[in-house]
Design a protein around this ligand. Structure first.
Ligand code: AMP
Length: 281
């Protein structure tokens, strides 16, 4: 497995490989890899000749400095897991390699980046868009793989790629979870024992909400979910929204012809977790 630290070395190599007709699948990550990340690598390997993965804890997408400081970092383990997963090349840039100068780009995704995470994490999606745009420029992949776990991020990346990288297909991959329903996340490593025990309530709450939809009024479903989350002392609900999958705007009246997703963010102790569930797949 090749390891690149420089943008120009990676892009020269990737361009060379593409010129021989090989297809490239790309998986951007922030490291502290788990089975969720590896499922993207495996899917990219099925669809493409080569798989490139990036590991970069992107400082400009953290709205909370403590979250950035405490973000888990396991570089040696990550490289071993990627090698075992059959990844062709890994890109591990430093902060200055990624951002040699001041970062000033501002994106506008309409409502997509204003709702849900956008309301609580100011500047987060602009930071995500900047890093993804830069990585897609460097790698020039045929396909890039993102988890549905970050559902809002996936919709924003699709909007970004339609405009800036029409030659790259964005592929959303299913969420990988623990047996008890907790979605895998690098942040799970920071959960206290009790918060870890209670965290699966987040997924159970989503399932209950899905089962109540569409016969229970949306307002009532939201209240029921909030009450259920409150029964776990370690959990604190930040938001729960029932939205149209394409526009991310809140559903007011059910429409069976449109896809609906329930999206949640909650603290488990000090750790902020997000998850979502399709309500009518
Ligand atoms: P991150 O390292 O958290 O930035 O995540 C890198 C990629 O892995 C993103 O596209 C995430 O949506 C995806 N991902 C994170 N957790 C999961 C999961 N549990 N299942 C599937 N994909 C995931």
């Amino acid at each position: 497995m090749l390891v690149f630290e420089r943008k120009n070395q990676l892009s020269d190599w990737a361009r060379q490989e593409k010129s021989t007709g090989r297809t490239i699948g790309f998986v951007p990550t922030m490291g502290a890899l788990h089975r969720g990340h590896l499922s993207l690598v495996s899917r990219a390997g099925m669809d493409n000749d080569l798989v490139i993965c990036s590991i970069f804890v992107n400082p400009i997408q953290f709205n909370n400095p403590q979250d950035l400081k405490k973000y888990p970092r396991t570089p040696e383990r990550d490289l071993r897991l990627l090698r075992e997963a059959g990844c062709t090349a890994v890109f591990c840039p430093s902060g200055t390699e990624m951002y040699p100068g001041p970062v000033t780009t501002t994106y506008d995704f309409g409502q997509l980046d204003k709702v849900m995470e956008g309301r609580f994490r100011e500047g987060h999606f602009n930071g995500v868009a900047i890093v993804v745009n830069e990585l897609l420029d460097v790698v020039g992949p045929d396909r890039a793989y993102f988890g549905q776990k970050d559902f809002q991020q996936l919709q924003i990346v699709k909007a970004l790629a339609r405009k800036e990288h029409p030659g790259t297909e964005i592929i959303g991959c299913p969420t990988v979870s623990e047996d008890d329903g907790l979605a895998l996340s690098s942040r799970n490593a920071r959960l206290s024992e009790q918060a870890r025990r209670e965290a699966p309530c987040i997924y159970r709450a989503l399932q209950m909400a899905r089962d109540s939809y569409p016969h229970t009024p949306i307002g009532e479903i939201k209240k029921q979910l909030a009450r259920y989350i409150e029964t776990s002392p370690q959990l604190k609900l930040e938001y729960f929204d029932i939205v149209w999958a394409d526009s991310l705007m809140p559903v007011e009246r059910p429409d069976p012809s449109r896809q609906v997703v329930g999206c949640i963010a909650a603290y488990a102790g000090k750790v902020r977790l997000i998850d979502n569930l399709a309500f009518n797949s």
